[in-house]
Write a protein that binds this ligand. Structure first.
Ligand code: FMN
Length: 219
C-alpha cells in the first residue's frame, strides 16, 4: 500500500453527470440538536431492525452529515467543500444516494445534492435496481428502513493525489461514523453494510471511475 502524495500539477476534471428527474427540496432542521455529545457517543450502536422515517428526519440526517456548509474554489477550478464529515483535501469524492419507496413513491434512487439540500430522482430507465436490493437484503433486511448508499468518484481524488485509492475508503468510513452519530442524536437506528454494492453500482452508473463504497440502513 502506498501513501497518497500531492501531484505537482492538478488537472481540471470532468465530473460525472447524473441524469436527474424529480427534485424534492429538503427541510432545514426544526430545532437545534440538544442531545449531549456524551449521550450521543455512548448511545451509538448498530441496530438491524428499522422503522419508517419522515422526510423531516431524513432531511436532518443529510443536513448534519452531508450538506455543504462553506466552500472555496481552488485555482484548478475544483470546488472544495466543508460538510459535517471530514474529507481528504476537502474533495468529498463520495456522494450519497437514497432509496426509500415509501417517501418517494417509487423504487428509484435519489441523489442528494449537498449544495441545495435536495433529493433528485436518478433517471436511469434501462437499469434495474432489484438485483442490488436482493444483494443488500441478504446482508441486512432493509424492511421499512431507508438505504443511504455511497457512490465514489475516484477522479475527484486522483486528479490531486498520486496513490489516491485509500482516501475514498477513509472518507467513506468518516461518513459512516457521522451518519451513525447523527442517527443516534436523532433517536434513529442505523447499521453500516459491509458490501460496496458492487458490481451493481458500477453497472448502474456505467463509468469506470464511479463505483459503490458501502452505505448504511437507517430508520
Ligand atoms: C465498515 C463497516 C461495515 C459493516 N458491515 C456490516 C454488515 O454488513 N452487516 C452487519 O450486520 N453489520 C455491519 N457493520 C456493523 C458492525 O457489525 C458493528 O459496528 C459491530 O458489530 C460493532 O457494533 P456497534 O456498531 O453496535 O458498536 C459494519 C460496520 C462497519 C463500520
Amino acid at each position: 500500500m502506498k501513501n497518497p502524495t500531492v501531484r505537482q500539477k492538478e488537472d481540471p476534471i470532468r465530473d460525472f453527470e447524473y441524469r436527474l428527474g424529480e427534485r424534492i427540496k429538503l427541510f432545514r432542521p426544526i430545532e437545534v440538536l440538544t442531545a449531549s455529545f456524551g449521550e450521543v457517543i455512548s448511545n451509538r450502536r448498530s441496530v438491524r431492525k428499522f422503522q419508517t422515517i419522515s422526510l423531516q428526519q431524513l432531511s436532518e440526517v443529510l443536513w448534519y452529515t452531508a450538506k455543504v456548509k462553506s466552500f472555496q474554489m481552488h485555482e484548478s477550478g475544483y470546488l472544495l467543500t466543508h460538510r459535517g464529515a471530514p474529507s481528504a483535501g476537502a474533495r468529498h469524492p463520495v456522494d450519497v444516494i437514497v432509496f426509500n419507496p415509501e417517501i418517494f413513491k417509487n423504487e428509484d434512487f435519489y441523489y442528494y445534492n449537498p449544495f441545495d439540500h435536495s433529493l433528485n430522482q436518478i433517471v436511469n430507465v434501462d437499469k434495474d435496481i432489484q438485483p442490488f436490493l436482493v444483494h443488500i437484503n441478504k446482508i441486512v433486511a432493509i424492511g421499512p428502513g431507508t438505504l443511504l448508499w455511497f457512490v465514489a468518484h475516484s477522479r475527484r481524488n486522483a486528479s490531486k493525489y498520486e496513490n489516491s485509492e485509500s482516501l475514498i475508503w477513509r472518507d467513506a468510513g468518516a461518513l459512516i461514523n457521522s451518519i451513525q452519530l447523527t442517527s443516534a442524536a436523532l433517536n434513529l437506528r442505523s447499521c453500516p453494510i459491509g458490501s460496496l454494492g458492487e458490481p451493481y453500482i458500477s453497472e448502474f452508473f456505467a463509468d469506470p471511475d464511479v463505483f459503490g463504497s458501502g452505505g448504511l440502513i437507517i430508520g
